[in-house]
Design a protein around this ligand. Structure first.
Ligand code: CA
Length: 444
């Protein structure tokens, strides 16, 4: 999400998209698809063939680390054994049902267990939904520590420790009053409706040279490590070259071990773990503003939505078990297209598995692979959307490694984030209306 200035960008989109509702003043579009509103199954959002996974020269022997051998050839990698559907269902069978409203610029979501759903508000509060109701008292109020004057600043991401139910640790990513990124650990007593605001323990503080592109996504991987999404630092076009620069944490996905070290340890298989040829925290790079990444809870595969500059929004993919050091191309590439310069000899760039052009949208928001029980017709489909117009696509990996992509929903929301609960059911956050909506089966 988060394109600056939003109003200007969306004005252009509205011209081309009669269904778009980018302007904050625009009347909300009904959020449930109907047969008349559901778009045709074909979309110009283009899944890329598996043979386009890589380009440029074969891997060099020095860092950055090469990808696994099978992805370094034109042969598609085998599908992960997660199971799931082989085709898209009729999207008219589903609806995004309102769950709660009254939130202020919601940005992220987590299931804390015990019937508690946590929702971040960009100005700095963590709110609680309990028993289907938004509780008036915040789970945590950090508004005095969070700077949110910029459209892309504020309280941006949350991840619960894998043992949160017993240890009460959760992690937040926010921009502070100076506009710099903080990743910190907090504590809440098990089952509590309020966290301990005095429990903050900073893990990472990173200077942000510009107000935009602060990343902010957090997720624990299947390996138990904490992954952190960092934008390229902002402005436009990555003027500092941070995406490709291994001496900065900007423009990266980081990977740290929060269960060891002080305040964390570097996993020994991080690609630059010894810190000699790159920052030890780096897991993947070449990213502009990875606005939401997630792991398929069935396979461990990693999906990254990376917000584009002016032309292309993209979804990137790493199969489970892929080594660190993946380079997703920014700012040499924007989506699967040249942006600036060429990759140095020996540097491999990984192409996205799907991309869509402006003005089909203007800022991608990554979601989740559906693995819930309630909607089996969606099992294995990765849902992602566009912040500016609320479109939601499905991306489905075929057994041969190819990808199918389909536009599924026109929600008309400012789709700031998706959420996933402990059961694997999916939600979306509408920044404009301050609402949380849940994906459900449409009942006649
Ligand atoms: Ca890219």
């Amino acid at each position: 999400m988060f394109r600056l200035p939003l109003a200007r960008r969306c004005a252009a989109a509205v011209i081309a998209l009669s269904l778009a509702a980018c302007s904050p003043q625009a009347a909300p579009v009904p959020i449930t698809p109907s047969p008349g509103r559901t778009l045709p199954p074909t979309s110009t959002a283009t899944p890329l063939p598996p043979t386009a996974t890589l380009f440029s020269a074969p891997p060099a022997t020095q860092a950055p680390s090469p990808l696994p051998a099978e992805t370094a050839t034109t042969a598609p990698p085998p599908a992960s054994p997660g199971g799931g559907v082989s085709s898209f269902p009729d999207p008219a069978a589903f609806t995004w049902a309102p769950l709660v409203s009254g939130l202020v610029r919601p940005t992220d979501f987590a299931d804390a267990g015990g019937g508690r759903l946590l929702v971040l508000e960009q100005p700095g509060r963590v709110r609680v939904i309990s028993g289907g109701q938004l509780l008036p008292d915040a789970f945590l109020d950090l508004t005095a520590r969070v700077g949110s004057s910029g459209n892309e600043q504020g309280l941006l991401g949350i991840a619960l420790h894998p043992q949160f139910a017993s240890n009460g640790f959760f992690y937040l990513d926010y921009t502070d009053l100076n506009g710099d990124t903080v990743v910190a650990r907090f504590y809440a007593p098990p089952g509590a409706l309020q966290a301990d605001a005095a429990s903050e323990r900073a893990l990472l503080n990173t200077d942000q040279p510009f107000a935009n592109h602060n990343g902010g996504s957090l997720a624990f991987g299947p390996d138990g490590y904490l992954y952190i999404g960092m934008g390229d630092g902002g402005s436009g076009g990555d003027p500092q070259g941070n995406g490709q620069k291994l001496s900065t944490l900007l423009g990266k996905i980081l990977r740290i071990d929060v269960d060891s070290g002080e305040p964390y340890a570097i996993p020994p298989d991080n690609p630059f773990a010894n810190g000699e040829s790159g920052r030890a925290e780096i897991w993947a790079y070449g990213l502009r503003n990875p606005w939401r990444f997630s792991f398929d809870r069935a396979t461990g595969d990693l999906y990254i939505a990376d917000v584009g500059q002016n032309a292309w929004e993209e979804v990137d993919y790493l199969p489970a078990g892929a080594p660190g050091g993946a380079n997703f191309g920014w700012n040499i590439r924007e989506g699967a297209n040249p942006f600036r310069g060429e990759a140095p000899a020996g540097v491999q760039l990984i192409e996205p598995v799907a991309q869509y052009p402006h003005p089909e949208g203007c800022s991608v928001t990554g979601g989740f692979v559906y693995r819930g029980a309630a909607l089996p017709a969606l099992n294995g489909i990765y849902l992602y959307g566009d912040y500016c117009n609320g479109r939601i696509w499905g991306l489905l990996r075929a057994p041969d490694g190819g990808w199918q992509n389909r536009l599924l929903f026109e929600t008309g929301t400012n789709l700031s984030s998706f959420g996933q609960d402990a059961s694997g059911e999916l939600y979306l956050l509408d920044q404009r209306s301050g609402s949380v909506l849940k994906l459900e089966a449409r009942t006649p």
